[in-house]
Design a protein around this ligand. Structure first.
Ligand code: OAD
Length: 423
């Protein structure tokens, strides 16, 4: 169960119409029976067919849904890939179970593992990938309706994609809040502490831990709201579902408007984000770009990737995200533009980061000292070091800057073995 910590929401505060529309559109999959008025049909299930409808102007309101797979080429591990995924590499943390690193109860008791992970993953070390820049390019060409991301790494923002076109559905490192008194933390102060292996504490209530506003498992509203929701829909939803619905509510209408859905780099295993693939109207074409098939749900929901029906609604590109978007960009005649956006974007970010690094070095040491802080620091340093070894994350910004793009080792190996396939 996940919870949007920045949402102050109570289902009963919504009027009945709103509650009903929330329940019956996305969560019950009713969109399957509601065709969009003017929807382009794909000539076949290929990425080329998708390019054709964008190129011809038939698809000009595109929703892009993304996950951790779009950031692995930047050096950030995904969650569920065997061997390289985060959840397979947390043994050193002695967690009761892998997801405990994002569990609020566990965090309150033992915050060091999360802060060690946050130290490794904190934005500022990682450059956006070709896929992130492709999404920005869709925006530059006025065909991006919205990007819904599950990622917390803020790489979408670093491309210059405006917040008006972005929903970080699982929160992000861009802001932080005291888990005790809910006072917003100063993100620069939080960042400095985290990067120095120190736990940021609230200056208002003195003792509260300040946590980046990443969606955690188990930060919950009163149980009755989830229960009432489950009863009203007849489907068992997690606590996360309710909050996600609240968070996404204002965006549901966008799915109604969409004329193409592109899903990139996600296993589509976390609900209800995954069920949003059914939130577009029932004939809207959908493209999946991923290393493996995803989003094929039971009860005729989700992607139809096996070609059982005559309706060619769903297309798939199986391979690396960056390979998929490069191919799409080429087909659209945007190949050079994408390369240029990527090159220039990296150049600007690197220059900015060097300046920030220099400014940080000049700042006087303001972090608290003391026995407890020293012990915390030691634990966080140890854990972060272990994590760094298994995840192959770049050690410093400079390393990333010097090495240019950090490549996902799995991606590189896969490239050697076989070229991405298309079906
Ligand atoms: P997952 O790790 O579940 O899925 C990543 C998907 O991307 C997998 O299907 C991989 O095969 C694929 N993939 C990885 N690298 C790729 C590449 N370079 N090219 C193409 N495909 C690639 O990650 P998510 O689906 O994003 O929640 O996970 C959803 C949520 O689960 C996350 O937001 C996270 C986690 O619990 C929170 O952090 C709160």
């Amino acid at each position: 169960c996940l919870f949007f910590s920045d949402v102050d929401f109570d289902l009963e505060d919504l009027d009945l119409d709103t509650q009903q529309s929330v329940d019956t559109t996305v969560m019950t999959g009713d969109k399957r029976n509601k065709p969009a008025p003017k929807t382009a049909a794909l000539r076949d299930a290929s990425i080329d067919a998708v390019a054709e409808i964008i190129k011809s102007g038939q698809a000009k309101k595109i929703i892009v849904m993304t996950g951790a797979g779009i950031s692995t080429a930047a050096g950030i591990p995904d969650f569920r890939s065997k061997g390289t995924g985060l959840y397979d590499n947390l043994q050193k943390f002695n967690l009761p179970y892998a997801e405990a690193i994002f569990d609020i109860d566990y965090f309150m008791e033992k915050p060091e593992p999360f802060y060690a992970l946050a130290k490794e993953l904190f934005p500022g070390r990682y450059l956006p990938t070709k896929t992130h820049y492709f999404i920005k390019l869709l925006h530059d060409h006025n065909v991006l309706l919205h990007n819904f991301t599950q990622n917390i790494d803020t790489l979408e923002r670093l491309t210059g994609l405006p917040g008006t076109h972005l929903v970080e559905a699982h929160g992000s490192f861009a802001s932080a809040t005291c888990v005790h008194c809910k006072t917003p933390g100063d993100i620069n102060h939080v960042k400095k502490h985290i990067l120095k292996s120190q736990i940021p504490r609230c200056t208002s209530c003195k003792d509260g831990l300040i946590k980046p506003d990443i969606t955690f498992f188990g930060q919950s509203l009163p149980e009755k709201f989830y229960d009432s929701l489950d009863v009203s829909t007849g489907i068992s939803f997690s606590k996360y579902s309710l909050i996600c619905k609240a968070k996404l509510y204002n965006y549901f209408q966008l799915f109604d408007e969409a004329d193409l859905l592109i899903v990139i780099g996600t296993s589509l295993q976390v609900q209800p984000f995954a069920s949003l693939v059914d939130a577009v109207n029932s004939e809207v074409p959908r493209l999946l770009i991923n290393r493996e098939p995803a989003g094929v749900f039971q009860s005729r929901r989700g992607y139809e990737l096996r070609g059982k029906t005559k309706k060619k609604r769903d297309a798939v590109w199986l391979g690396d995200c960056d390979g998929g978007v490069e191919k799409l960009a080429e087909l659209l005649g945007w190949g050079k533009e994408l390369d240029e956006l990527h090159r220039k974007g990296h150049e600007e970010l690197k220059a900015k980061w060097i300046k920030e690094e220099e400014a940080l070095e000049e700042e006087p040491e303001t972090l608290p000292s003391g026995k407890a802080t020293a012990a915390e620091k030691e634990t966080i340093d140890q854990l972060a070091e272990e994590l760094e070894k298994v995840l192959h994350v770049p050690e410093t910004k400079e390393e990333n800057i010097l090495k240019d793009d950090v490549k996902d080792p799995k991606t590189e190996d896969a490239k050697e073995d076989k070229k991405p396939s298309q079906s």
